[in-house]
Design a protein around this ligand. Structure first.
Ligand code: HPA
Ligand code: ZN
Length: 327
């Protein structure tokens, strides 16, 4: 019980949160009303009832429907601000938030509307909550690389407002190497690189994220344990893995938190961090992830907690001088 209260109070960094996945049903319906959008769900309860996922794709279908209510700069601002306020209550002091511009530009929303709205909330969070915020633009891997290249070009006028690019959406059948050129282009721009790999996809996708895309962190990565040579490499190179425990259970990657392989990842010396992924959809924000994980896996120690909290700062993309203030 003492450890759980320490976990809640500890300062932490969140490195894997899709801002569109922080959109709570109440805000979805408020924005739908404001923007005159008719949702395929009658009310908040009916929407929440649809949050019974069997795999990644069944979640993504609902997640993209929810994001369809975002139209104006103020909508993106409101969504992000709600997350920042909530994260600050969990003692998050630094966050690197993913956003999916193609989900919006495909509906005719301007790239500038998306980025300026998120940036406005981020600046306010830095000023009013003392929260340090960075944005990471994610490409949707179920779409083509040409679409991703056009998305990166459309975002470059706002280059100063995001620090990196990532890769998300349907993993199976969409290996990292499909995006080799766009990641090379992002690297030329001095952007940081991350990719979802090894959530539902095989260890081969983690290898190609590292070798073909040259990413600095792996999002999820839990299936690395199927390949001992890969585990050894991840440990040797100290590659951060942004693990999302409640997400993994909701999307049926593991049957329950007690069966999560996080203890094995730690035992292998991997640089594991804990994150919430899509907190409005998966039943909890960052402290819920920490507390429920530690309740379900009593073998986890205070030392493990400290290691993962430290990893969250060390694995972040802040400058080394800023890191030195935290760890
Ligand atoms: N995996 C892939 N794509 C996503 C996720 C995820 O966990 N959340 C939002 N987009
Ligand atoms: Zn994710």
């Amino acid at each position: 019980a003492h450890l759980l209260s320490l976990l809640r109070a500890a300062p932490k960094a969140e490195l894997h949160i899709h801002i569109e996945g922080s959109l709570e049903p109440e805000l979805i319906f408020e924005l739908a009303r404001r923007n005159g959008i008719v949702l395929p769900y009658a009310n908040v309860e009916a929407l929440r009832a649809a949050y019974a996922f069997t795999d990644l794709q069944s979640f993504l279908d609902v997640y993209y429907a929810g994001a369809s209510v975002l139209i104006t700069e103020a909508d993106f601002d409101a969504m992000a601000w709600a997350y920042f306020e909530r994260a600050a209550r969990d003692n998050v002091v630094h966050c690197e938030i993913f956003f999916d511009p193609q989900t919006h530009t495909a509906r005719g929303i301007d790239m500038g509307v998306v980025i300026r709205g998120l940036d406005r909330a981020a600046k306010r969070a830095e000023a009013e909550l003392g929260l340090s915020v960075r944005l990471i633009l994610c490409f949707l891997r179920h779409l083509s690389e040409d679409d991703a290249l056009a998305t990166l070009e459309a975002a470059l006028p706002y280059r100063d407002k995001f620090i990196g690019v990532g890769l998300d959406s349907s993993e199976r059948g969409h290996p990292p190497e499909k995006f080799e050129r766009v990641f090379a282009r992002a690297r030329e721009q001095g952007l940081h690189l991350v990719a979802h790999a090894g959530e539902e996809g095989p260890p081969a996708y983690i290898w190609s994220a590292l070798d073909t895309l040259r990413v600095e962190r792996i999002d999820h990565g839990v299936r690395c344990v199927e390949d001992p040579e890969l585990v050894a490499r991840l440990a040797r190179e100290r590659v951060p893995l942004t693990v999302c425990p409640l997400s993994n259970v909701k999307l049926c990657v593991f049957d329950d938190l007690g069966k999560h392989n996080l203890p094995a990842l730690l035992a292998a010396g991997l640089r594991v961090t804990i994150n919430s992924d899509d907190p409005a959809y998966f039943g909890g924000y960052l402290n819920d992830n920490f507390v429920q994980l530690f309740e379900s896996l009593p073998q986890l120690t205070a030392h493990d907690a400290y290691t993962m909290l430290r990893n969250s700062f060390e694995g972040s993309f802040v400058d080394d001088e800023d890191k030195a203030l935290w760890v």
